[in-house]
Design a protein around this ligand. Structure first.
Ligand code: PGA
Length: 254
């Protein structure tokens, strides 16, 4: 496990874009797993600029969303389908489960099969929720959980109220790749910024591996980089004041 700490969200975006673009440089037909959320927004904008400025090339790559809401048309403001249409206009095949699928459980299972058929994720990018979720694997998600239909927690629904226009408009259920599906990625990049992520980042990195903090399951992954800003890293023991913090044994400061 590697941890890299940058000053703030402004530094995080180009660094995340570097890492994602580098993966396509190393393997032009790379398969990416991608999150939505506010965290990757600036990185996605940077990737768009690089692609349209011919400084990055994803023409042979492909991408898959890692989750989607269920029970609404894809064109509903707030869906992940709409998010990617607005925020990551890169001419690659970007696959999403259909949020209007009549059988969402079958839809997301078939979608996970599509990821495997594509060869699996070379790089899966993740955010972390304030409750420690990854994709829509909410607290209680087991290490061996697979792609499935889930009920969204009140916290997760509240976090999307603005995007959907109101809390009532946020679907109660979502489709997600499971923890085990995400852990199958050959490499993982977790992005976190801001004070609100300091506690879940600490719990995920330094706490026990537990279903109560789904991101803690990531501790078992052999090739994972946590890219954090100072605020999100501020509660890590390795960055606490004093000798251990001064040495910063695990965090590379950029
Ligand atoms: P955020 O969401 O980037 O909007 O904070 C992260 C997540 O819930 O995975």
């Amino acid at each position: 496990m590697r941890i890299e700490v940058v000053a703030d969200e402004h530094a995080l975006a180009p660094r995340a874009a570097d890492l994602i673009c580098d993966a396509a440089l190393a393997k032009p037909d790379a398969v990416f797993g991608l999150p939505t959320g506010t965290t990757p927004l600036a990185a996605y904008a940077e990737i768009e600029r690089r692609v349209w400025g011919r400084r990055a090339d994803f023409s042979r790559a492909s991408a898959f969303a890692i989750d989607e809401f269920a029970g609404v048309p894809w064109s509903t403001p707030g869906t992940n389908s709409m998010f990617f249409r607005r925020h990551l206009r890169v001419p690659w095949p970007l696959h999403l489960p259909d949020p209007a699928a009549p059988d969402p459980e079958a839809e997301i299972r078939a979608f996970a099969g599509g990821v495997r058929a594509a060869g699996g994720f070379d790089l899966c990018v993740l955010g972390i929720g304030v409750n420690g979720h990854i994709a829509f694997n909410e607290p209680g998600s087991a290490r061996d959980s697979r792609a499935r239909l889930v009920s969204l927690t009140p916290e997760s629904r509240a976090a999307h109220a603005e995007a959907f226009g109101s809390l009532d408009a946020v679907p109660a259920r979502g489709m997600t790749l499971g923890v085990a599906d995400l852990l199958e990625a050959r490499a993982l990049l977790v992005l976190a910024q801001g004070d609100a992520k300091a506690a879940p980042v600490r719990d995920a990195l330094e706490g026990a591996m537990t279903a109560a903090v789904p991101a803690s399951w990531l501790q078992g992954h052999p090739d994972i980089l946590w890219l954090l800003d100072e605020a999100a890293a501020s509660r890590l023991d390795s960055r606490a004041p004093g000798p251990a913090g001064a040495a910063r044994p695990r965090a590379k400061k950029r």
